[in-house]
Design a protein around this ligand. Structure first.
Ligand SMILES: *[C@@H]1O[C@H](CO)[C@@H](O)[C@H](O)[C@H]1NC(C)=O
Length: 393
């Protein structure tokens, strides 16, 4: 009953608005701006419908609009006839069937896009505006895949990422990285790193240096879970194990940053090292400080002239007090300002791709702390990608 009264009020209210608009059109528009379109009324008598020509306004408030990442144009990148080009492609991979604890990262891409509504403008720390420079960035939407079979879904993520990275460059296109676009993937759980790295490795023709920000190592041996089913071989605790075994990551110049979880066993460390990864722990911030951590990362990466760098950011690298919306939170993490500072210090490197994973918006605060953070980390990385290009052009 209440709903009925409410609906009636809304309905009569909107009719009143329509009537008021029709009445005031002549006040705002000159006659020649009114298209006169004859239509048939219900009684088949012709009526005249006055349609004003809209005044186009360039200002769209940040809270308005359909959510793409940072209001970037939406491009259906998977369409065969999509012949628009781009330098940076944002894709969503809403895959969360590889988690070991809380589910919900399938809503990560939509949550991060919502959290990115205020992202725009000049980066006053890196001195670049990633949206007003050489790079054309687009949001390709989410990769279509079947969320029931992990290997099938991973194969679909891999083929879509490969498709994006294999787009032929237009003549005016940046020659950086042979014209291969930079890929920003919105996860999804961390399993998605493996298919994305397979695509990266193929597109660039050599192993990639991965900087893996995470509280967990993600190099579990598949047998740790003692699982029998074929589909259990890949999960969010082992993408970097498989990546190393498949030759996708560089040996000795890839690393983890922010590690602090308990381990399955102390053997985990030896296995991780043998796979080619180096480690900076969350607690190292007490002895090294943020500048010391940056220096250590650069020492491990080596010369910026050689490295193709991929950033994989598990949102649980940040302390759960600042990033609660994640599947396997670990206390004792970096603060958001520390993370952004460390991240920005990598600006001289050729960052060919990045992801933010394990954002599960259902566990967020109503103030959207985690999705705002995820969007900011992408903004910092996009700024570095564009700044690198500015320096090389
Ligand atoms: C990395 O290099 C070290 C030292 O040469 C070697 O022992 C190790 O097996 C290599 N690991 C991989 C995964 O290639």
């Amino acid at each position: 009953m209440i709903a009925f009264i409410f609906n009636s009020l809304v309905l009569s209210g909107s009719l009143a608005v329509v009537a008021a608009h029709a009445g005031h059109d002549h006040l705002h528009h000159s006659n020649d701006a009114i298209g006169q379109i004859p239509l048939s009324g219900p009684n088949e008598m012709p009526v005249i419908f006055n349609r004003p020509i809209l005044e186009k306004d360039g200002y769209i408030p940040s809270f308005a609009g359909i959510s793409t990442f940072a209001h970037l144009p939406y491009l259906q990148c998977w369409e065969e006839d999509a012949n628009e080009d781009y330098d940076i492609a944002v894709i969503g991979a809403p895959y969360d069937i590889g988690v070991t604890f809380r589910t919900g990262a399938r809503f990560g891409p939509s949550g991060i896009r919502e959290g990115s509504k205020r992202i725009k403008g000049y980066n006053n720390e890196l001195h670049v505006n990633p949206f007003k420079s050489w790079a054309k960035a687009v949001d390709c939407g989410d990769i279509p895949f079947e969320p029931f079979d992990s290997e099938q879904a991973m194969a679909q993520i891999e083929s879509h990422a490969k498709y994006i990275l294999s787009r032929p460059a237009r003549p005016t296109h940046s020659k950086l990285n042979n014209g291969i676009p930079r890929l920003i993937t919105l996860g999804g759980d961390h399993t998605i790193l493996l298919p994305v790295l397979r695509a990266m490795r193929e597109a660039h023709g050599r192993p990639i240096s991965v900087i893996h920000f995470d509280s967990h190592l993600d190099t579990w041996a598949p047998e740790i879970y003692n699982v029998k089913a074929k589909g259990s071989k890949y999960n969010h605790g082992n993408p970097l194990y498989h990546a190393s075994k498949e030759g996708l990551t560089t040996n000795g110049t890839s690393l983890h940053v922010g590690i602090r979880s308990s381990l399955y066993d102390k053997d985990d460390i030896a296995r991780d090292e043998a796979l080619g990864y180096r480690m900076i722990k969350a607690n190292d911030i007490f002895t090294l400080g943020v500048d010391g951590i940056s220096e250590r990362i650069k020492e491990i990466l080596g010369s910026p002239d050689d490295a193709l760098v991929y950033l994989s950011i598990d949102i649980d690298v940040i302390d759960p007090s600042m990033a609660p919306a994640t599947g396997t939170p670990e206390t004792g993490g970096f603060l958001t300002r520390e993370m952004r500072y460390i991240l920005r210090s990598l600006y001289g490197y050729n960052i060919v791709g990045m992801d933010v994973v394990e954002v599960a918006p259902a566990y967020d605060t109503q103030a959207q702390l985690t999705t705002f953070l995820a969007a900011d980390l992408i903004y910092e990385t996009m700024s570095m990608m564009v700044k690198y290009g500015e320096q090389k052009h």
